[in-house]
Design a protein around this ligand. Structure first.
Ligand code: 8BR
Ligand code: 8BR
Ligand code: GLC
Length: 453
């Protein structure tokens, strides 16, 4: 199989069709990412100052939320030691102040909605309507130019305006992102891979605050929409999830009545009650996107403990176990498309058939490589440049496994009554940053698939 040729033709086809995309609704989480690239000396000094012993207590187990500086520093160490992502709500004002004083290297658009809005609207030129819980001047300045809109209610009437024209003087929702490269070492702890810890100094997104414009005018907002991508449910807790989930359910019912396919971007959801509730809603969605940790966490609440363990025990993740898990999920919920992504390859299980599903995955892998390389994708040309990034070697064994098990050909197989599409991805050796790659992959593939139809 020559993936190079498939990559090139998929890219051309998606690029030339992007202009046909209709409006995409993006809800609900948008924030400001203040990115700090960690430095060993600085971090060690801070840990000593906060009390090494106290800090190291949290390096062994994450707290539920961050209430003081030792918890913040310990959680950062937790992430580094495991090379794992984590995100926690920062409650205390003094810790928020500490993070602000610590400063950042870069301010970037954050949240699934914000990142997807800039990519779809700002780079691909696809018109999007975004839910931005708080539109401060700073938040607005992070939106790219292009067909990106937010609803604005003026004397009871709704207008769609670019976020910069919204002229809102609302709060800043800042997420402090602490990034570290593979091999980053503090106090002898060495990061097995690049990743980040996120501390959210934000009272809106973690609680899934939904703006009055969206609560009161949702039908009007969706009138000319063709696709929807929903995200931001991950930080809810068993104490606060009921209210927002009720509104979301109503919103999805509206989308379904209008025949608008909706994708759920499933981010890691630590609270099991919330995860179960999301699982219960999944059948209302056309599509869902997740990685190996998220799929395993869903298997766990479905009572599939064996499968969950299998998903986390191999590197790269065993594609047969992934396919099994996707089949269970599809059969249990009725969701029509499951897009799985992991380091090295993607799979899509769909209850419909066609090469366009695979081609959209290929396009999204190029976008992901560009995002990993540059931190921000500025133009379609950045994506063209990612063509040079080599295809991941480890994916060969994955592909062979799928060929043996399902007779896969050119990345496509028939499994039960579903189509399975596979692609090996391009991996950037030294990524600039890891935040938002998953969002880039999922939105590019979902929208890409619909423009290819
Ligand atoms: P990668 O992004 O490294 O593939 O994995 C996702 C990770 O989500 C999981 O391994 C888990 O560590 C992490 N995670 C996140 Br995000 N938030 C978390 C939290 N609040 N508690 C525990 N794990 C979390
Ligand atoms: P999540 O944060 O949702 O896990 O998404 C991250 C995805 O980004 C991974 O599944 C992987 O496919 C991709 N990715 C990562 Br992480 N590092 C990458 C790299 N260096 N080059 C290309 N893709 C990468
Ligand atoms: C989560 C974080 C946000 C980040 C995004 C990237 O939504 O809260 O800060 O930008 O993930 O995927």
């Amino acid at each position: 199989m020559v993936w190079g040729g498939l990559y090139a033709s998929a890219f051309e086809r998606v690029r030339s069709s992007m202009g046909n995309a209709g409006r995409v609704l993006l809800a609900y989480n948008t924030n400001i990412d203040a990115v700090k690239y960690l430095e060993r000396k600085d971090l060690e000094k801070r840990v000593e100052r906060a009390g090494r012993e106290e800090v190291f207590r949290y390096a062994d187990g994450l707290p539920k939320r961050i209430e003081n500086v030792p918890q913040l520093l310990g959680s950062i160490l937790w992430s580094i030691r495991r090379g794992k992502a984590a995100e926690l709500f920062v409650e205390s004002c003094s810790t928020r102040f500490y993070m602000r004083q610590w400063n950042w290297d870069e301010l970037r658009m954050g949240g699934q909605v914000g990142i997807m809005a800039n990519l779809l609207g700002g780079v691909y030129g696809v018109p999007v309507i975004a839910h931005v819980p708080q539109l401060s001047g700073l938040q607005a300045s992070l939106f790219k130019e292009g067909p990106i809109y937010v609803p604005k209610a003026e004397s009871g009437r709704l207008k769609l305006v670019h976020p910069k024209e919204f002229a809102g003087d609302e709060e800043n929702c800042i997420h402090h992102i602490y990034e570290f490269p593979r091999g980053f070492t503090v106090f002898g702890l060495k990061a097995p891979r690049e990743n980040r810890f996120i501390g959210s100094a934000d009272d809106y997104n973690p609680n899934l605050y939904i703006r009055p414009e969206f609560r009161e005018h949702f039908e009007e907002i969706t009138a000319d929409v063709e696709l929807a991508i929903i995200s931001g449910l991950q930080a809810l807790t068993k104490e606060n999830y009921r209210g927002p989930l009720k509104i979301i359910k109503e919103h999805i019912e509206v989308l379904n009545e209008l025949g608008i396919p909706a994708h759920l971007e499933f981010a890691f959801t630590p609270d099991e009650t919330v995860r179960k509730a999301i699982l219960g809603l999944l059948g209302e969605f056309w599509s869902v996107g997740l990685n190996e940790v998220e799929l395993a966490s869903v298997m766990e609440v479905m009572g599939e403990k064996g499968l969950a363990e299998k998903l986390l025990s191999h590197d790269p993740v065993d594609p047969i176990a992934v396919t099994e898990a996707m089949l269970r999920l599809a059969e249990k919920t009725g969701v029509r498309r499951i897009h799985f992504h992991t380091y090295g390859y993607y799979l899509a299980l769909t209850d419909y058939r066609g090469e366009f599903v695979r081609d959209a995955l290929l396009f999204s892998a190029l976008a992901a490589a560009a995002k990993a390389k540059l931190g921000d994708v500025r133009s379609i040309n950045d994506i063209v440049k990612a063509t040079d990034v080599p295809v991941n070697e480890k994916a060969k064994a994955v592909e062979e496994g799928l060929v043996r098990e399902y007779g896969m050909k050119d990345g496509i197989a028939e499994v039960n009554s579903y189509q399975l599409a596979f692609i090996p991805t391009k991996i950037v050796a030294k990524p600039k940053s890891t935040v938002g790659i998953g969002d880039t992959i999922s939105s590019s593939a979902f929208v890409g698939e619909f423009v290819l139809r």
